[in-house]
Design a binder for this molecule. Structure first.
Ligand SMILES: C[S@@+](CC[C@H](N)C(=O)[O-])C[C@H]1O[C@@H](n2cnc3c(N)ncnc32)[C@H](O)[C@@H]1O
Length: 245
């Protein structure tokens, strides 16, 4: 009875939200999924790791869970893991902890200006540049190497790839998390990493599903129809590109 009542409320909410969003021609809609499978609730190592970074994370539980599992999924693919857009290190800690748990030989490369968002342009509707600068190289180094005791991380400070890409230009990658907020930044990271991505490798865009980062939505949509990749939209907010060959 209670289940039926809750499902009816969700159905009503989704219907009203759908109609309003349609009328507003928003292209964005708040919706509550009916699917309730929640494996993160049974993964204590994940919950413990997420709990330790919750206070500094700009990324939600469901996206963090997907990053955690994508580290597992790409374990069979050769290459390192790279993240551009580290901020205070939350998603870096999550992915590098998973690599460590898997005894993976892969390195985790963390790239950030540590001076805020860059390369805002007309394609971006909210970001102007300089946001998220309340962090530092010291803070993230301390979090990853001292608090989390991770020795599989390489931290690169500067605009990626312009200023720091050369330091890892010979590396191959299996997984790339792009969380940079702006179109041009995302495009340059994608172009740089795609040639170095192993077949079966995955690029994950954190900002794909959000109304404040429409430049990233545009960037991922521009890549649909390519013959060398699958493009996937996840309702948790991620846009993903899986390299075929
Ligand atoms: C939304 S924050 C990242 C959030 C983070 N993943 C977390 O776990 O909370 C975006 C970050 O991207 C960084 N950034 C944007 N473009 C960049 C670029 N081209 N190179 C390096 N860092 C960049 C900014 O400095 C900022 O710290």
């Amino acid at each position: 009875m209670a289940r039926y009542f809750i499902l009816s409320l969700i159905r009503l909410f989704n219907f009203v939200s759908f109609k309003i969003s349609l009328a507003l021609k928003a292209g964005y809609q708040i919706s509550i999924p009916f699917a309730t499978y929640a494996p993160w609730l049974k993964d204590e190592a994940f919950l413990n790791t997420f709990d330790r970074v919750r206070g500094i994370s700009l990324v939600n539980l469901y996206q963090c869970w997907e990053l955690w599992k994508l580290v597992d999924e790409t374990e069979k693919t050769p290459g390192d893991v790279i993240e551009v857009g580290v901020f205070k290190g939350a998603t870096s800690a999550i992915m590098a902890t998973k690599l460590k748990q898997n005894n993976s030989p892969a390195k985790f490369i963390c790239c950030d200006t540590f001076e805020g968002v860059v390369k805002a342009s007309g394609a971006d509707n909210f970001y102007k540049g300089g946001e998220h600068k309340d962090t530092s190289l010291n803070f993230v180094t301390n979090l990853l190497t001292q608090t989390f005791q991770l020795n599989n991380v390489v931290i690169l400070k500067g605009i990626f790839p312009d200023e720091t890409g050369h330091q890892v230009q010979e590396n191959k990658f299996r997984l790339c998390h792009i969380d940079v907020d702006t179109y041009q930044s995302g495009k340059e990271v994608l172009t740089w990493v795609w040639d170095r991505l192993s077949p079966g490798g995955i690029v994950v865009f954190n900002d794909f599903g959000y109304p404040r980062t429409r430049g990233i939505t545009q960037l991922v949509e521009e890549n649909r129809g390519r013959k060398d990749c699958l493009v996937i939209h996840n309702l948790n907010g991620h846009g993903m590109m899986i390299k075929l060959k």
